[in-house]
Design a binder for this molecule. Structure first.
Ligand SMILES: [Zn+2]
Length: 349
């Protein structure tokens, strides 16, 4: 029952986020950064979802460097000495703990003035891949029950799920528990955007009004994206989709879908024959149509599973980087492509 858990209210999480910003980002007395010779705030972003926030919110006042170059699988990133130097020279470092161990480690060691862990700006949850769990019968009549499920019921699910951090689907995530793929939920991403806006305002108070304006515009656009997903995926033949990279736990939860990850705890490992069998049974039972793979990683397993089960394959992009092969040039375009792919796969009416 990992898809229907607590969806925290934006307002509450936002308030928590703002509190955390001041704790984690800027404890010192002088918060304003010394800007470089070009008069811009130097921001280092760990990977694309962080870079996009920095660019959108910073606009012309920031110069953004990403540690993860396009086409590089971000989870496996290794940093060059030069990049570690960039980290300590940056005015603001924006990263997401749990996605890239090399970055987490370097930031812990570099003593960066304004480092912001995006994970602290929203609430992380655990998303198991339900490996070895029998969800039999759980989804019967689900569409009827969903809408009426109260926040309290959600909260109970949440409580009951605690202590399952070890079930995290794709093998990365902080040990404290929590799936780091928050950017794939527009609501959580908007919470992070608010926190990033607050950090930039603090680091560069002269341009605070612009950062606020850009934050507001981005949050509004994310709200529209959320509405598009909610409406587009409300009424579908099936709620189940299969994916290689279990990056879509938050997205699934937000829109009442069921993500079935092909791989277990270790993202490098091949799924066990038992897991393949389980997925085949589930696909049949839940009328799943499509096995999704991602643009940056190997799709061999997905293709084999699809062939064996007679399912289609398509791309669902975890947006960990943008390349020429991405179905769009930025976060919003790729998310719209993801929505279109999900609508097709799930049989949206
Ligand atoms: Zn990932």
């Amino acid at each position: 029952m990992n898809v229907r858990r607590l969806i925290p209210s934006t307002a509450l999480a936002g308030a928590v986020a703002l509190g955390l910003v001041s704790l984690t980002a800027c404890g010192g007395t002088s918060d304003a950064a010394d800007k470089g010779s070009d008069g811009k705030l130097d921001v280092v972003a760990s990977f694309y979802p962080m870079q996009f926030l920095a660019e959108r919110i910073g606009g012309g006042h920031v110069s953004v460097q990403s540690l993860t170059k396009p086409g590089v699988e971000p989870h496996d990133l290794e940093l060059k000495p030069r990049q570690i130097g960039e980290l300590s020279d940056a005015d603001v470092v924006l990263f997401l703990k749990g996605v890239q161990p090399a970055v987490d480690e370097a930031i812990a060691q570099a003593g960066v003035k304004h480092s912001v862990d995006a994970a602290s700006l929203t609430k992380l949850e655990d998303h198991g891949t339900s490996v070895g769990h029998d969800h039999g019968g759980e989804h019967e009549g689900e569409s009827a029950g969903h809408e009426g499920e109260s926040a309290e019921e959600h909260a109970e699910h949440e409580g009951g799920k605690e202590g399952h951090a070890d079930e995290h689907g794709d093998g990365h995530g902080s040990e404290a528990g929590g799936d780091p793929h928050i950017w794939l939920d527009p609501v959580k991403y908007a919470e992070v955007a608010q926190g990033v806006g607050a950090v930039l305002k603090k680091a560069d108070p002269d341009n605070a009004a612009d950062y606020q304006k850009n934050t507001d515009a981005l949050v509004k656009q994310l709200g529209e994206l959320d509405t598009a997903f909610a409406q587009g995926l409300k009424n579908t033949t099936t709620k189940t989709f299969i994916t290689t990279h279990s990056a879509f736990g938050y997205l699934a939860e937000r829109y009442h879908l069921d993500q079935e990850g092909i791989k277990g705890l270790d993202p490098e490992s091949e799924p066990s024959p038992a897991r393949i069998k389980e997925l085949q049974d589930k696909a049949r039972k839940e009328k799943a149509t499509t096995v999704f793979f991602e643009t940056l990683a190997s799709d061999r397993t997905a293709k084999t599973l699809a062939k064996d089960t007679g399912l289609k394959t398509d791309v669902l992009d975890p947006l960990e980087g943008i390349t020429d092969r991405s179905k769009g040039d930025d976060y919003f375009e790729v998310m719209q492509a993801n929505l279109a792919a999900l609508k097709t796969a799930l049989g949206a009416k």
